[in-house]
Design a binder for this molecule. Structure first.
Ligand code: ATP
Length: 312
C-alpha cells in the first residue's frame, strides 16, 4: 500500500523592530538583561515545510547567499528541536524546509528567529501534532530569545533576554519605512561595542519603557515618535558611522522619527500615515544612503499558516 504524503505547509512570519530597547550591564554569564518593546511588522518571510526523502534547507530571496543551509540554520535547529520534543529523533527528520526571505539577513529584524518560529508552526501542522502556541513557545525560547515573539507577533514587552513576553495594547496601525544597509551587522559584535563604549564613558541610556507603552495605547504616532529609543543605537552607529546619515535622511524626507532596529543596521522610520510612508520611502530610495527601502505596517500577528487552519 502507498503511504499518504501530507501536502506541504506554508507559514508567513513577521519581522520585528524594537520600539524601545534598554540594555542592562554585562552580567557574569556574558549576557545582558534587556527590557524591550517588540513590534511585529508586515515585512515577512515565508517558510514551506514538506515531507521529503532528501532532508535539508533551501533559501531564496533577500540575502540568500549569506544564509547557512546546514545544521546551523536556525530553521533546521527548530526542526531538530520539535522532532526531539515529539520523540521523532531517530536520525535526520525527513523534511525539506524552503525559506523565502523578505527580512534582511543580520539586519536586526530577527529574520533567523522568524524562520525558526515559522518552522515550528509549519511542522506542528505537517505532523498533525496536538500542540498549541504556548507549548511551541517553550521550545522557541530554547532556540533563541527572539523566537517566542515571532510566534505571537503583535506588540509585546520582552524581559530577561527578550524571551519573557507580555502583550502590550496597541490601538493603531503604525506605518514604517525600513532602510536596509549594504551589509549586516553581527549582534554579538554590537553588544561588545556597547560594553566598550560603557567602559570608556557613560553613553546616555534610554529611560523607562512605560511612556512607550502609554503612547501605544493612545495610538498617536506623533507621541510614539518622541519616545523611540535603543541603547544599541550608539554602538551600531559607532561600528557603522554612515548610519547617522541614513537616520538624518529619513527625518529630512518627512518621517516623524527614526531608530535603529535591534542591533542594526536596519533603520526604521515612523511615519504619520500610509501615504506619508510611501513619500518618505520614495525620497529615501533616491538619497543614496542605503541599499533598499521597504514600507511596512505594524502590529501584525505572529507566524500563521497561509490558507489553512491555525494553531490553538
Ligand atoms: P537578531 O536581531 O535576532 O540578533 P538579526 O536579525 O540581526 O538577528 P538574522 O537575520 O536572524 O540576524 O541572522 C543572523 C545570522 O544568523 C546570519 O548572519 C546567519 O549567518 C545566521 N542564520 C541562521 N539561520 C538563519 C536564517 N534562517 N535566516 C537568516 N540568517 C540565519
Amino acid at each position: 500500500m502507498l503511504a499518504v504524503v501530507p501536502p506541504p505547509v506554508t507559514v508567513r512570519v513577521p519581522s520585528k523592530i524594537n520600539l524601545h530597547l534598554s540594555v542592562g550591564d554585562l552580567r557574569k554569564d556574558g549576557f545582558h538583561e534587556l527590557i524591550t518593546v517588540f513590534h511585529a511588522l508586515s515585512l515577512t518571510d515565508e517558510v514551506t515545510v514538506a515531507a521529503a526523502e532528501d532532508p535539508g534547507i533551501e533559501v531564496y530571496g533577500e540575502g540568500e547567499g549569506s544564509v547557512p543551509t546546514g545544521a546551523n540554520n536556525l530553521a533546521w535547529r527548530a526542526v531538530q528541536a520539535l522532532a526531539g520534543y515529539v520523540g521523532k529523533d531517530g536520525g535526520e527528520p525527513k523534511v525539506r524546509v524552503v525559506l523565502r526571505k523578505g527580512i534582511p539577513v543580520a539586519g536586526g529584524m530577527a529574520g533567523g528567529s522568524a524562520d525558526a518560529a515559522a518552522t515550528l508552526v509549519g511542522l506542528a501542522s505537517l505532523w498533525k501534532l496536538d500542540i498549541g502556541r504556548d507549548d511551541l513557545a517553550e521550545i522557541a525560547a530554547k532556540l533563541g530569545s527572539d523566537v517566542p515573539f515571532a510566534l505571537y507577533g503583535g506588540t509585546a514587552l520582552g524581559t530577561g533576554r527578550g524571551e519573557r513576553l507580555v502583550p502590550v495594547l496597541s490601538r493603531h496601525t503604525f506605518h514604517w519605512v525600513l532602510a536596509f544597509d549594504q551589509r549586516g551587522l553581527s549582534t554579538p559584535r554590537v553588544f561588545g561595542e556597547l560594553d566598550r563604549l560603557r567602559a570608556d564613558g557613560d553613553p546616555p541610556r534610554v529611560g523607562s519603557h512605560a511612556p512607550v507603552v502609554e503612547a501605544l495605547a493612545s495610538g498617536d504616532p506623533r507621541q510614539l515618535a518622541l519616545l523611540l529609543g535603543n541603547d544599541l543605537q550608539a554602538a551600531a552607529v559607532s561600528l557603522r558611522p554612515g548610519l547617522r546619515r541614513t537616520l538624518r535622511a529619513g527625518v529630512n524626507a518627512g518621517a516623524l522619527a527614526g531608530t535603529i532596529s535591534g542591533s542594526g543596521p536596519t533603520c526604521a522610520f515612523l511615519c504619520a500615515d500610509a501615504q506619508s510612508a510611501l513619500e518618505v520611502a520614495a525620497e529615501l530610495a533616491g538619497a543614496g544612503v542605503c541599499r533598499t527601502v521597504r514600507v511596512a505596517h505594524g502590529p501584525v500577528p505572529g507566524a500563521r499558516l497561509v490558507g489553512g487552519d491555525d494553531l490553538p
